[in-house]
Design a protein around this ligand. Structure first.
Ligand SMILES: [Zn+2]
Ligand SMILES: [Zn+2]
Length: 193
């Protein structure tokens, strides 16, 4: 996974949960360690949504000692909150993210994460995964009907009459702009021969 740019500084003191011991498995190539914990990270926010401050993020990963480093594979579970881009009501959903990241002692490219001697800090990769998954323009629901541009009614909750009154008057225009299909077959394009 590409790293997110503009990594936010960590200000939360309890982020120590994200540092896990790799002393045992680092000595035995091929060995694994399963880690499951809940932790809190600050700064998980993009312009349209955020992980609520103080929320516990669930991290469930397997660390595997591979040649050249530690491979981290597993899931991150959290949720986000924001404002629906169509109806402007609160929007929020669960986020289930899949991690597969390689950590090496001397990261040489953008794709790997640094490895400590006895500790591996999972916070940077969890942070990046969240930032890259947070929606910039969330929806309260995929089928959100949005707000009526005429009267401002939230069409998820009320059926305003604007649509009904507008339909007959605009039907001709709708046809012109492809809003209807009747008669389209007859509109054979003029060809230059
Ligand atoms: Zn909505
Ligand atoms: Zn309306």
């Amino acid at each position: 996974m590409r790293k997110a740019t503009g990594r936010a500084p960590r200000t939360h003191d309890d982020a120590a949960e994200f540092s896990v011991s790799i002393a045992q498995i680092a000595k035995a190539p091929g060995s694994r360690r399963h880690i499951h914990f809940f932790g809190e990270l600050d700064g998980l926010e993009v312009s349209g949504s955020r992980v609520p401050v103080g929320d516990q993020i669930e991290v469930d990963v397997v660390l595997e000692s591979v040649s050249g480093g530690i491979l981290v594979t597993g899931t991150v579970k959290t949720r986000y909150e924001g404002i629906c881009r169509r109806c402007l009501e609160p929007a929020g959903h669960e986020l289930l993210l899949h991690l597969q990241e390689l950590c090496t002692e001397n990261p040489t490219d953008e794709e790997t994460y640094p490895l400590g001697h006895d500790l591996l800090d999972l916070a940077p990769m969890v942070h990046d995964a969240c930032i890259l998954s947070l929606p910039l323009a969330p929806l309260c629901d995929e089928g959100c009907q949005g707000i009526c541009s005429v009267c401002g009614a939230n069409r998820n909750f009320e059926q305003c009459r604007c649509e009904v009154e507008r339909d007959p008057r605009w039907s001709a225009l709708n046809l012109l702009y492809g809003g209807g299909t009747t008669g389209r077959e007859d509109d054979t394009p003029v060809t230059n021969e």
